[in-house]
Design a protein around this ligand. Sequence first.
Ligand code: SF4
Length: 252
Amino acid sequence: MKLARLTDGKPEIFFTIQGEGRNAGLPSVFIRSSLCNLHCRWCDTDYTWNWEGTPFHHDREGESGYAKYRQEEQIVECSIEEVAEQAAASGCANFVFTGGEPLLHESDWVALMVELQQRLGDACHFEIETNGTRLPGRKLLELVDQLNVSPKLANSGMKREQRIREDVLRNLTRTGLADFKFVVDSEEDLSEVKELVDLAEVAPHRVFLMPKGITVAQLDDRAAWLVRECQANGFRFSDRLHVRLFGARRGV
Ligand code: SF4
């Protein structure tokens, strides 16, 4: 399967704590696939898609030291057995599959979950993060415990027809496995959040508002009014605990 590379060239598989959503604080093993079908302007894992020669725009372009990535340097191809071996090494059985867009590699995750269950048994708990543009099939839904769906708002810079698939969002809700997490930049984003919550028929307690930010100061600034918005609507607040604890770095 195609995984993102850490700066030392190894596949991006790491034991840390979940920083976002309902399992924030839970020790977890993250496995990051490469490639994405969206190209959000503020994406903090743009090394999974912002390749040299592509027309995609990222907010960091123009920043000193920032350059588009060489695709062949950012992807490492691993067998399912290799990924399972490394993922199981810590003994932790909580796994978070992330990207990029992990559901571009659906059959690989199915095979990996089967392999991990064979090694670690029923203790395995699987979360998949997704941008909500693809509906997983039956096999994946039977194996996964939780879907962390993060539909992208207009603040991503993506056209609505690329980032919002209404039928997919509603069907993700109907799986009963999905939390919806929105990355909120400004108070202007909130009307769109509420529109998407209605459209996807999501219960408020399955909705997380999370501040956009890669520094503690940015998170704190947005959290101040975002918490009030959660109180007013029955939504949950999600911090980005990993940013507070480790900073915005790869592999943490
Ligand atoms: S969907 Fe996620 S991984 Fe893909 S570009 Fe947007 S923020 Fe990045």
